[in-house]
Design a binder for this molecule. Structure first.
Ligand code: C2E
Ligand code: CA
Ligand code: CA
Ligand code: CA
Length: 279
């Protein structure tokens, strides 16, 4: 038993060393990417549920392929948050998306909105509002067409501070959306005071629709809540026509998901989706 214990220990130690190495090499890959043009933005269509019209997109960051394994933002964003580099990435993302959006508008390709994600850690560090004001001025992108997605957990525990921050942000003329709605702290008390215009229902509630009874109940409840509060409601991660039909019947405004398209590169988004429909 003792022997086995030692082996187990050695196994964990090796695994730990390997993962620390992997972490270091990912961190240096991320630093290189930030210094030299190593990131790009992908765009995933927002689809009006009732008409099928594409009304905009969520911009999602990608590491450009460099021969290494694919690493998605769910893995590298937390690392950037821990190392403090997230603010730099956020600056790049917002500038890139606003420039891209301005270009599309100049080419006569219209849309209602482009959304970017704001990390809770960026909010915590401060300076977000000033930075965004500068980027909007510099790029000439219309603030009303920019949507900022923030997760519940990034806001709720901040109370009054979060409220002041959201009002400042809103003061720029941008739209605010609560991301991954339903997964964070219970936020019902705050919801009516937050100056947000949209709730994004988390994919975990959508994936087992329409068969899962409690998910169906929850989704229906969130849609009704949004309507009662005068908020737009979007369902994330819609993959099947049965899910879309369920949402249409409940009066959900917008969906996003593989049923229409995964996130795609900017050129492809403009060519295939701007001014077009999905279903
Ligand atoms: P999120 O904001 O909840 O973004 C939605 C994620 O769901 C995206 O993953 C998207 O590709 C994926 N998705 C969309 N439709 C479907 C579907 O039908 N089925 C499935 N299985 N997945 C779907 P992605 O691009 O890997 O991003 C993961 C997370 O990384 C995002 O979650 C967001 O929290 C974060 N992230 C991405 N880009 C940025 C960024 O530019 N800045 C910040 N701060 N965070 C970002
Ligand atoms: Ca998001
Ligand atoms: Ca989300
Ligand atoms: Ca998410």
């Amino acid at each position: 038993a003792k022997h086995a214990g030692r082996n187990t220990f050695r196994f964990y130690q090796e695994a730990f060393t390997r993962s620390a190495d992997a972490r270091l090499s990912l961190e240096s890959r991320l630093r290189r990417a930030l210094e030299g043009d190593g990131f790009e933005m992908y765009y995933q269509p927002f689809v009006d549920v009732a008409s099928g019209r594409i009304v905009g997109a969520e911009a999602l960051v990608r590491l450009k392929p460099d021969g290494g394994p694919y690493i998605g933002p769910a893995e590298f964003i937390p690392l950037l948050e821990e190392s403090g580099l997230i603010f730099e990435l956020g600056t790049w993302v917002q500038r890139r998306v606003c420039r891209q959006g301005r270009e599309w508008l100049d080419q006569g390709l219209d849309f209602e909105r482009l959304a970017v994600n704001l990390s809770a850690e960026e909010v915590r560090r401060g300076g977000v509002v000033e930075r965004l004001r500068d980027i909007l001025a510099e790029t000439g992108f219309p603030a009303a067409k920019l949507e900022i997605e923030i997760t519940e957990s990034g806001l709720i525990h901040r109370g009054a501070e979060a409220l002041a921050f959201l009002h400042e942000l809103k003061g720029l003329g941008v739209q605010l959306a609560i991301d991954d709605f339903g997964t964070g702290y219970s936020s019902l008390a705050y919801l009516k005071r937050f100056p947000v215009s949209k709730l994004k229902i988390d994919r975990s509630f959508i994936s087992d629709l329409p068969d899962d009874h409690s998910d169906a109940q929850l989704t229906t409840t969130i849609i009704e809540l949004a309507r009662n509060l005068g908020l737009q409601v979007l369902a994330e991660g819609v993959e099947t026509d049965a899910q879309r039909a369920f949402l249409a019947e409940r009066g959900c405004d917008v969906y996003q998901g593989y049923l229409c398209s995964p996130p795609v590169a900017a050129a492809q988004f403009a060519e295939r989706f701007l001014g077009a429909s999905c279903q």
